[in-house]
Design a protein around this ligand. Structure first.
Ligand SMILES: Cc1cc2nc3c(=O)[nH]c(=O)nc-3n(C[C@H](O)[C@H](O)[C@H](O)COP(=O)(O)O)c2cc1C
Length: 184
């Protein structure tokens, strides 16, 4: 099938995850166009595809505005075909009930602002990309990492992404050819 994968990424980890998921889908025999939501004028129309995958990362509880704009503009076409949302965050690396509740709120706000209810939702852990942060953000992220028991050496970046988990999600998405009601 032809898959459109549109992503938003602020520091680059969701771009990397989207490219990986696209490769997984290709290895299963699907044709995938992977596009950055920021390239608004170059984005294909979802109506030209058999399935649509949207990926975005959480920053201060919100996803990239360019992704919300794209989804809002095309929600009818996206909803009319198999679709899924891949949410990238650091809360997804946590196991505490606060982390899960926080992510559920992020997704609920996203659904409300975009007008789209994904058929399938997957939460992937992102990364501490200290090298991409400015001074204040690096300090704040290091503080958060310290509180969460995550790596705090800002001289390097840390991927929390479970690539096998992303590959499993891509396989599950590919195996769902028809509109579904399951959210997992
Ligand atoms: C300024 C900033 C704010 C963030 N806010 C959140 C947040 O509210 N919840 C969360 O789980 N992760 C948060 N993160 C972590 C990002 O979701 C994570 O680093 C992710 O990998 C970013 O993906 P990207 O590189 O594609 O932008 C934040 C990261 C930064 C730099």
């Amino acid at each position: 099938m032809r898959v459109l994968l549109v992503y938003g990424s602020s520091e680059g980890q969701t771009r990397k995850i989207a490219a990986f998921a696209a490769d997984c889908l290709r290895s299963l025999g699907h044709r995938v166009i992977c596009a950055d939501a920021k390239d608004a004028l170059a984005l294909p129309h979802p109506g030209e595809f058999d399935a649509v995958l949207i990926a975005a990362s959480v920053h201060l509880g919100r996803y990239q505005p360019a992704v919300i704009r794209f989804v809002r503009q095309h929600r009818a076409a996206i909803s009319a075909r198999p679709n899924a949302f891949l949410s990238v965050s650091l809360a997804a690396a946590g196991r505490e009930s606060d982390d899960i509740a926080g992510l559920e709120k992020c997704v609920a706000d996203f659904e409300e602002s975009s007008g789209w209810t994904p058929q399938l939702i997957h939460h992937a852990a992102g990364a501490f990309r200290y090298s991409a942060y400015g001074f204040l953000t690096r300090w704040a992220m290091r503080y958060i990492a310290h509180r969460k028991g995550a790596p705090t050496d800002t001289a390097r970046d840390y991927e929390m992404t479970d690539w096998d988990d992303v590959a499993r999600f891509a396989g599950e998405f590919a195996s769902r050819r028809h509109p579904l009601s399951i959210r997992g």
